[in-house]
Write a protein of this length. Structure first.
Length: 461
C-alpha cells in the first residue's frame, strides 16, 4: 500500500505540459484497438489468400510454404527493429508508422502479385520484401502494450481503476479477433469482384484512418519527459535533467542504448524469460490455431468432419475474444504471471486430452478444442501487458519488440519441426501432441521464472 501511494504521488508530480487526461487515455485505447484490428486484417489476409496466389501463379505447395517461411523470418526482423525505433522516436510515432506502413504494404502486395505474374523470380523476392515490411502490423501489438501501459499508469491511479487496467488492455487485444473476421469477410465480399488483389487494396484504408486519428493521439508522459531531459543534457544542463526525472519518479539516464540495456540489469530477466515463453507458445499456436483444421480433419489426426470454414472461424475467434477478456480480468486479480501460467498449462492439458480422446467422440473433441483455444489465446493479452509492467521505460519498447520477434522465430522453428516430423512418417496426432500441446505446457512453466508484479502495482518508470 505504501509503495502504491508513493507511485501515485510521482504520477501527480508529472509536469502539466506533458500530463495526459482521462479523455486522452480513452482516445488512445480506442485508437489502439482500431489500429490493431486493421493491422491484424493485413497480417491474417496474406495467410488466407496465399493459396489463391499459389493457384494463380502455379506455385507448388513447397514453394508456397517456402515463401511464407521467408516472410515470417522477415516479419521477425522487422518486429525486432521496431522496438529501438519506438524507444528513440516515441510511442505515438511508432503507432503511426506501424499502421500506415502496414496499410501501404497491403496495397503494395497487390502490385507485387502482378509483378510475379510478369517476372516470377523478381516478383517473388519483391513480394517477400513487401510482406516482411508489412510485419510492422504484427509489431504494432508490442507498441500498443508499451504505450498503453505507460498511459494507464499516469491516469488510472486509484485502486479500483488500477485493478481494471488488464481488462482495459484486453479489449484492445481483442482486436485480433475482429481483424481476423474482417479479413475473412473481405475475402467473401471482395474476392468475387476483384480477386485477391482487391482484398489487399482495401487494406490500404487504415492509412487514411491513422492520418485522421493521429491528431487525437498524445505521446506518453514518460517518453516526453525523457526527451525533454535529453534536450537539457545536450545543452549541458545535466542537473536540471536529473531534477526533471526525479520530480516525476523516473529513473535517471542509463549509459547503454535500449538494445544493449534490454540484456542487462533488471531488463535481462524479462527479456530472456518472456522471449522463451513466446517462442514456445508459438509451437502450440501453429498447431492448434493456424493449422487447427489440419489437425482436426486429417485422417491421421482426429478425422473430424470439421471443414466448414465459417464454423472454424466462429469457434476460433469467439474463443479467442472470450479468452482475452477473461485473462485480462483474471490477471488484474492474480497477477499476470500466474494468470498466463495457469491458462497455458490448462490449455496444454485440454489439447493433450483432445488428442487422446477416441476419434469417434466428436463432441468431446470439439469441446476440448474450443476450451483449449480460449485458454491458449487469452493469456496473450496478459502477456503483452505484463511486458509493459516488467521492463523499465528506457527499454520497454525494445524489450517487448524482442519478445514479439521471438514469437515469429518460434513460428519458423515450429514449421520446420512439423515438416520434418510429418515427412519422417509420423502422424498429425503425434505431431500435435508432442510438438504442439507439450510446448504449451512448457511455456506455462517457463513464464513462472519471470518476476512477479503484484496486482495493483503502478510502474511509472
Amino acid at each position: 500500500m505504501k509503495e502504491r501511494a508513493k507511485m501515485a504521488v510521482s504520477v501527480n508530480r508529472i509536469p502539466n505540459q506533458v500530463r495526459v487526461t482521462e479523455r486522452d487515455v480513452r482516445n488512445a485505447k480506442w485508437i489502439c484497438f482500431l489500429a490493431w484490428t486493421f493491422a491484424v486484417y493485413d497480417f491474417v489476409l496474406f495467410g488466407n489468400l496465399l493459396p489463391k496466389l499459389a493457384e494463380e501463379h502455379g506455385w507448388t505447395e513447397a514453394r508456397s510454404t517456402g515463401i511464407n517461411t521467408w516472410v515470417t523470418i522477415g516479419t521477425a526482423v522487422v518486429a525486432f527493429a521496431v522496438g529501438p525505433m519506438v524507444d528513440k522516436l516515441g510511442r505515438r510515432k511508432g503507432i503511426i508508422v506501424a499502421v500506415i506502413g502496414a496499410a501501404l504494404m497491403s496495397a503494395l502486395t497487390a502490385a507485387a502479385g502482378w509483378v510475379v505474374g510478369v517476372t516470377a523470380g523478381l516478383g517473388i523476392v519483391l513480394l517477400i520484401v513487401i510482406r516482411s515490411v508489412a510485419g510492422l502490423g504484427y509489431a504494432e501489438q508490442g507498441i500498443n502494450a508499451t504505450y498503453l501501459s505507460e498511459m494507464f499508469a499516469t491516469v488510472y491511479t486509484d485502486p479500483a481503476r488500477v485493478r481494471r487496467r488488464g481488462l482495459s488492455y484486453s479489449v484492445v487485444q481483442s482486436g485480433f479477433s475482429v481483424g481476423s473476421v474482417l479479413a475473412a469477410a473481405s475475402i467473401y465480399v471482395f474476392y468475387p469482384i476483384g480477386g485477391w488483389a482487391l482484398c489487399f487494396i482495401i487494406g490500404a484504408f487504415p492509412a487514411l484512418f491513422m492520418v485522421w486519428a493521429a491528431r487525437y493521439l498524445k505521446e506518453s508522459p514518460q517518453f516526453s519527459l525523457r526527451k525533454e531531459a535529453e534536450s537539457l543534457r545536450r545543452v549541458g544542463l545535466e542537473d536540471d535533467a536529473n531534477a526533471l526525472l526525479d520530480s516525476a519518479g523516473l529513473a535517471r539516464r542509463t549509459a547503454s542504448t535500449p538494445l544493449i540495456a534490454a540484456f542487462k540489469g533488471e531488463s535481462l530477466r524479462p527479456t530472456l524469460v518472456l522471449s522463451a515463453a513466446f517462442f514456445l507458445i508459438w509451437f502450440g499456436a501453429l498447431a492448434f490455431m493456424i493449422l487447427g483444421t489440419s489437425v482436426l480433419n486429417s485422417a491421421d489426426g482426429k478425422n473430424i468432419a470439421f471443414d466448414n470454414a465459417l464454423v472454424v472461424l466462429i469457434v476460433s475467434n469467439l474463443s479467442a475474444c472470450i479468452g482475452y477478456l477473461t485473462f485480462g480480468w483474471v490477471g488484474d486479480r492474480l497477477g499476470r504471471r500466474y494468470s498466463i501460467s495457469i491458462g497455458w498449462i490448462l490449455a496444454g492439458l485440454c489439447f493433450v486430452g483432445m488428442m487422446l480422446v477416441p476419434n469417434d467422440n466428436a463432441i468431446l473433441i470439439i469441446v476440448l478444442y474450443s476450451l483449449g483455444l480460449l485458454l491458449l489465446s487469452g493469456p496473450f493479452a496478459a502477456l503483452l501487458f505484463f511486458g509493459g509492467e516488467s521492463f523499465p521505460a528506457h527499454t520497454r519498447a525494445t524489450g517487448i519488440a524482442i519478445v514479439t520477434a521471438a514469437g515469429q522465430i518460434g513460428a519458423v522453428a515450429a514449421g520446420a519441426v512439423f515438416t520434418f516430423w510429418l515427412s519422417s512418417g509420423h502422424s498429425w496426432a503425434s505431431t500435435a501432441l508432442l510438438w504442439g500441446a507439450l510446448p504449451i505446457i512448457a511455456a506455462g512453466f517457463v513464464i513462472l521464472a519471470a518476476r512477479h508484479v503484484p496486482p495493483g502495482t503502478i510502474r511509472i518508470d
